[in-house]
Design a protein around this ligand. Structure first.
Ligand SMILES: C[S@@+](CC[C@H](N)C(=O)[O-])C[C@H]1O[C@@H](n2cnc3c(N)ncnc32)[C@H](O)[C@@H]1O
Length: 297
C-alpha cells in the first residue's frame, strides 16, 4: 500500500473513500467492498456483464419469463452501473426495475422509464418496505460483504420479497478453481487470506444454499456452471480479460496482504504467467446460482 491516502466525503453515510495507488476504495466499518469505485471499474463491470451473458446465454435462469412479460416488480441488489438492470428493463418493458447500491454509478443519462436507482447498504438495510418485490436478483457480492453482513443481507432480501416471490443469487467460487495450477493457487490464496482477515466468507458460493434455507426460503435450486478461464476460444479469452482486469483493480488492496504485489511490473508478469498456466491446464471458475422462493405464508 502506498501512503497517498486521502478521504473523500460524499453526501451519504457510506461514501467515505480512500485513495490507494490513485484508485478510490471504500474503507470503513460499514462497507467492506474491495474493488475500486471509479469509471474504469464501472467499465469493467459493464464488460463483465457481457461475458456472463455470453456464457449463460441469458440474463437469468429463474422460471419467471411469463411474469416478467406480463409486468412485475424487480430489485437488483448491488446493481453497480446497472448493466443487468438496463438489459432486463429493455427486454421487459411492462415490468418495473429498481437498483440499489452503496455507490451511485447508475448512468442517469441512459436511464429507462421503467428503471429507478436508490442508494443503500444491502449489508444493513435495503431501503424498501416489506413484501415489495416479485423477483430479487443479486450477483457478485463476494468481495463486498462480511459474514455478518451476508446474514443481514439475506434476511433483508427475504423481507423485501413478496410471499411467493422468487430470488436468484449468483456467486463464483474464487477459492477453489477447477484444474488450478500453483500460480493461480497462490493468487487465490492471497485473496482468501485477505478476505479472512476482513471477516469475509471464502466460499460464499457454496454456503448460499444453507444460508437461504436458514433465512426461511423454500424450493431452493442450486446449479453450477463451469466458466472457462483462458481456454475454449473467444469466450475463454473474454473471461480471462475480465479476470485480469479485476486482478489489476484489486491489486492495491491485495498488496496490503502480499507486499510483493506492490511492484506493478512484477505483478503484470506474474498475471501473464497465470494466464499461460490457466490456458495449459484448462482452468475453470465455477459459477453458482441459487434460485428460491419465499413461502406464501
Ligand atoms: C462486483 S460489483 C457487481 C455489480 C452487479 N451486481 C453486476 O453483477 O454487474 C459489486 C457491486 O456491489 C456494490 N456493493 C458492495 N458492497 C455493498 C453494500 N454493502 N451495499 C450496497 N452495494 C454494495 C458495489 O458498489 C458494486 O457496485
Amino acid at each position: 500500500m502506498d501512503n497517498q491516502t486521502s478521504y473523500i466525503i460524499g453526501t451519504d453515510d457510506h461514501s467515505e473513500l480512500k485513495t490507494y495507488s490513485g484508485r478510490k476504495y471504500h474503507d470503513n466499518e460499514k462497507v467492506a467492498y474491495l474493488l475500486p469505485e471509479d469509471s474504469d471499474e464501472s467499465s469493467r463491470l459493464n464488460k463483465q456483464h457481457l461475458v456472463l451473458r455470453y456464457f449463460l446465454q441469458k440474463n437469468f435462469i429463474a422460471p419467471i419469463d411469463k411474469q416478467l412479460e406480463e409486468g412485475i416488480t424487480v430489485l437488483d441488489s448491488g446493481c453497480g452501473p446497472a448493466s443487468w438492470l438496463f438489459d432486463m428493463a429493455k427486454d421487459y418493458p411492462k415490468s418495473k426495475f429498481h437498483g440499489v447500491d452503496i455507490t451511485n454509478t447508475f448512468p442517469e443519462e441512459a436511464k429507462l422509464e421503467n428503471c429507478e436507482f436508490v442508494l443503500g447498504n444491502i449489508g444493513e438495510r435495503i431501503p424498501f418496505p416489506d413484501n415489495t418485490f416479485d423477483y430479487v436478483h443479486q450477483r457478485l457480492l463476494l468481495l463486498g460483504l462480511t459474514k455478518e453482513m451476508w446474514e443481514k443481507n439475506i434476511k433483508e432480501l427475504f423481507r423485501v420479497l413478496k410471499p411467493g416471490g422468487c430470488i436468484e443469487i449468483k456467486e463464483p467460487d474464487l477459492r477453489d478453481l477447477c484444474n488450478m495450477g500453483p500460480l493461480l493457487n497462490s493468487l487465490q490464496g492471497t485473496l482468501s487470506s485477505m478476505l479472512a482477515s476482513r471477516g469475509m466468507p471464502l466460499k460464499i458460493s457454496v454456503e448460499l444454499e444453507g444460508r437461504l434455507t436458514d433465512a426461511g426460503f423454500e424450493n431452493i435450486d442450486h446449479s453450477i456452471l463451469n466458466l472457462n478461464l483462458n481456454h475454449n476460444g473467444r469466450v475463454g479469452d473474454m473471461l480471462w480479460d475480465d479476470y485480469y482486469h479485476g486482478c489489476m483493480n484489486i491489486r492495491p488492496v491485495m498488496a496490503i496482504t502480499n507486499p510483493a504485489y506492490e511492484d506493478l511490473e512484477a505483478y503484470k508478469v506474474f498475471l501473464n504467467e497465470c494466464s499461460a498456466e490457466a490456458a495449459e491446464l484448462k482452468t475453470d471458475i465455477q459459477w453458482h446460482t441459487c434460485i428460491a422462493k419465499k413461502p406464501l405464508n
